[in-house]
Design a protein around this ligand. Structure first.
Ligand SMILES: NC(=O)c1ccc[n+]([C@@H]2O[C@H](COP(=O)([O-])OP(=O)(O)OC[C@H]3O[C@@H](n4cnc5c(N)ncnc54)[C@H](OP(=O)(O)O)[C@@H]3O)[C@@H](O)[C@H]2O)c1
Length: 265
C-alpha cells in the first residue's frame, strides 16, 4: 500500500519539487498540500501540470482531516512547531525540513512523539553534501580544539542561524565543547561582534544578497587553520532525495531522529 503524504509549504521553493517527486514515486501518494495563498485551488492549476488532482488546504489541521501517514513541513520558522505538534497529536509521522527550531523545541517534539508513538525525522539540511560537511567537521573537532561557525544566507532569510548551522553546532557539541581562550563575556568593546553562542560554539550569521545558504566551520590551531565549507546552489533538487528517504524511514521508530546521516546508515 502507498504511503500517504501531506506537504505543508507545498507551493514553496522546496515544497513544489517535493510534491512532484512524491507524486511520481511508486510507493508514495500525495494526499495533502498546504498553502495559505492557494487555499481551495486545485494543485493542478497552481502548478500548471496535469498529474495532480488535489485541493490545496489552508492549514495543516484542515489537510490532516484526510487520512495521512506522514506530514512533511517546508514552511517557515514561525509556524513549523505548531504544524509538527498538530500532526503528532493526530498520530501522524513527521519529516521536518523547515529551519528555526531550537534544541528546546526538539526536546518538546521528541517528548510528544514518544507520547503518541510516532516517528519524527528532522534535518537542518537534507543534502548529502551538507551531511558530509557535518561528518568532516565532527572528525576535525576530535583533533582541533578551537572552532567557530559562519552561517551564510540570502538577505530574505528571516530566521538565524540556519537549520544547517544549528544542527552542526549541536553535532560538534556531541564531540566536545570548543576551547575558549578569552571568554566572550570578557570582550572589550561590543560583545555582539563575537556572535551568538550555540551549544558552546560561537556562530556568526551573514544575511546578504548573492547567497543562497552556506555554512563554514573554521578550526584554528597554532600557526594553521582549517576551513570546511558547504555552499548550496540556486536549485532545491539536492534536498529532494534526502526528504524522500526520510519520508520512507520515518515510521520505523517512535521519537525524534535529528540528522539525515542517522537514517542513511
Ligand atoms: N532542511 C533542508 O534541507 C532545507 C532546505 C531548504 C530550505 N529549508 C527550510 O525550509 C523552509 C522552507 O523553505 P523554502 O525556501 O521552500 O520557502 P518558500 O519558498 O518561502 O516556501 C514556503 C512555503 O510555506 C508556505 N508558508 C509560508 N509561511 C507560512 C505560514 N506562516 N503558514 C503556513 N504556510 C506558510 C508558503 O505558502 P503560503 O505563503 O501560500 O502559505 C510556501 O508554500 C525554510 O524554513 C527553509 O529554511 C530547509
Amino acid at each position: 500500500m502507498k504511503l500517504k503524504v501531506c506537504i505543508a509549504g507545498a507551493t514553496g521553493w522546496v515544497g513544489k519539487p517535493l510534491c512532484l517527486a512524491v507524486s511520481e514515486a511508486d510507493d508514495l501518494s500525495l494526499v495533502g498540500a498546504v498553502s495559505r495563498t492557494h487555499q481551495g485551488r486545485n494543485l493542478r492549476d497552481v502548478f500548471g501540470v496535469s498529474n495532480f488532482d488535489l485541493k490545496v488546504s489552508g492549514s495543516v489541521a484542515e489537510a490532516l482531516d484526510a487520512p495521512t501517514d506522514v506530514l512533511v513541513d517546508y514552511t517557515k520558522a514561525d509556524v513549523v512547531k505548531a504544524n509538527v505538534l498538530t500532526a503528532i497529536r493526530r498520530g501522524v509521522h513527521v519529516v521536518i525540513g523547515s529551519s528555526g527550531l531550537t534544541d528546546e523545541d526538539f526536546v518538546e517534539i521528541n517528548r510528544a512523539a514518544l507520547e503518541h508513538q510516532v516517528g519524527v525525522i528532522a534535518a537542518g539540511n537534507f543534502a548529502i553534501t551538507a551531511v558530509l560537511l557535518q561528518r568532516f567537521a565532527c572528525e576535525a573537532a576530535k583533533y582541533l580544539s578551537h572552532w567557530e561557525i559562519i552561517d551564510y544566507a540570502s538577505d530574505a532569510k528571516q530566521d538565524a542561524p540556519s537549520g544547517t548551522t544549528r544542527e552542526l553546532a549541536f553535532r560538534l557539541s556531541e564531540v566536545r565543547r570548543p576551547g575558549v581562550t578569552h571568554p566572550v563575556e570578557g570582550t572589550i568593546g561590543e560583545k555582539e561582534s563575537r556572535g551568538t553562542t550555540l551549544n558552546g560554539t560561537q556562530v556568526h550569521s551573514l544575511r546578504l544578497p548573492g547567497y543562497v545558504i552556506g555554512v563554514e566551520a573554521i578550526f584554528g590551531a597554532k600557526d594553521e587553520r582549517l576551513s570546511i565549507r558547504h555552499d548550496a546552489g540556486s536549485g532545491a533538487e539536492p534536498y529532494i532525495q534526502g526528504s524522500l528517504l526520510a519520508i520512507r524511514k520515518v515510521r520505523d521508530r517512535a521519537g525524534l531522529i535529528r540528522g539525515l546521516d542517522k537514517i542513511m546508515e
